[in-house]
Design a protein around this ligand. Structure first.
Ligand code: NAP
Length: 257
């Protein structure tokens, strides 16, 4: 029996088979969870539906995290489907490509707000929608994805680092609010993995190679390794962990020189 047998999981942020969220879906399914997916816009629907079919996941419709109505509709569909929810994965981020290079100083007020809203506020909005569904199950677990650029100044990561710092703070405050309902909230801080969004960051391949050169494990991270830690944090294996940012980075963040 898998560790997630009989559990239900909504995963937001699968864009294609390279997505970190897809590695999480594969691990959840392998451990027996029933999984629901959302997509953003028609081009992504065409990519997400065949992936969902591969693993027997249910597509519960479109969700743009900037649109509260679409968030509400997706959670309502999940409630209809399962009468509650055990696990939620938030694997969503956005910043304008022009802000993922050069000087952080140049970011506009509008682009700054949008990056923080899509990448951090969305976790608050999804957690609020998940709360009543998780209460029906007597508790639950929420997981988001972050990066070292939240706590260190990483060249070109810029406004996304600020958004991830906000996201990690949201994880702690949400963990406090939801703890009394036995809902846990955690983040995985992953080393660079080649995905659609990552390609927008200037110098992304240098970031990856730096991890291969300098991390204690001296290799690249693969998305399955993020997926397996995700299952641990989402399932009862992680029952004593909340409000934490767990580094899945081959040890890169502990190295000084
Ligand atoms: P990805 O496959 O491109 O996933 C990013 C997802 O965010 C996409 O599905 C994207 O949909 C979605 N998204 C953006 N704006 C949205 C919105 N308004 N509403 C709903 N969904 C929206 O890239 P990824 O690398 O797996 O990213 C997943 C998470 O991991 C992000 O939070 C990222 O910052 C984090 N992370 C990634 C790495 C890495 O190296 N890859 C490392 C650490 C942390 P669209 O394609 O339609 O925009």
């Amino acid at each position: 029996m898998g560790i997630a047998e009989g559990k239900t999981a909504l995963v937001v942020g699968v864009a294609n088979e390279r997505s970190l969220a897809w590695g999480i879906v594969q691990n959840l399914v392998a451990q027996g969870a029933k999984v629901a997916l959302t997509y953003q816009g028609e081009p992504l629907e065409r990519r997400v539906r065949p992936l969902a079919e591969q693993v027997g996941a249910t597509v519960v419709g479109e969700m743009d995290v900037m649109n509260e109505e679409s968030v509400g509709a997706a959670f309502a569909r999940v409630d209809e489907l399962w009468g509650g929810l055990d696990m939620l994965v938030h694997s969503v981020a956005f910043a304008e490509r022009e802000d993922l290079q050069g000087r952080f100083l140049n970011v506009s007020r509008q682009n700054f707000s949008r990056a923080v809203e899509v990448s951090a506020y969305s976790l608050v909005s999804l957690a609020r929608a998940a709360e009543p569904l998780m209460e029906k199950r007597g508790g639950g677990s929420i997981l988001t994805l972050t990066y070292l650029g939240a706590v260190r100044a990483v060249p070109n990561y810029n406004v996304m680092g600020v958004a991830k710092a906000a996201l990690e703070a949201c994880v702690r405050y949400l963990a406090v609010d939801l703890g009394e309902k036995s809902i846990r909230v955690n983040a995985i801080s992953a080393a660079p993995v080649r995905t659609l969004s990552a390609a927008a960051i200037r110098g992304f391949y240098d970031m990856m190679h730096e991890v291969e050169r300098r991390s204690p494990l001296r290799r690249a991270l693969n998305r399955e390794e993020v997926g397996s830690m995700a299952v641990a944090l989402l399932s009862t294996l992680g029952s004593g962990v909340t409000g934490q940012t767990v580094y899945v980075d081959l040890g890169y963040s502990i190295v000084g020189l």
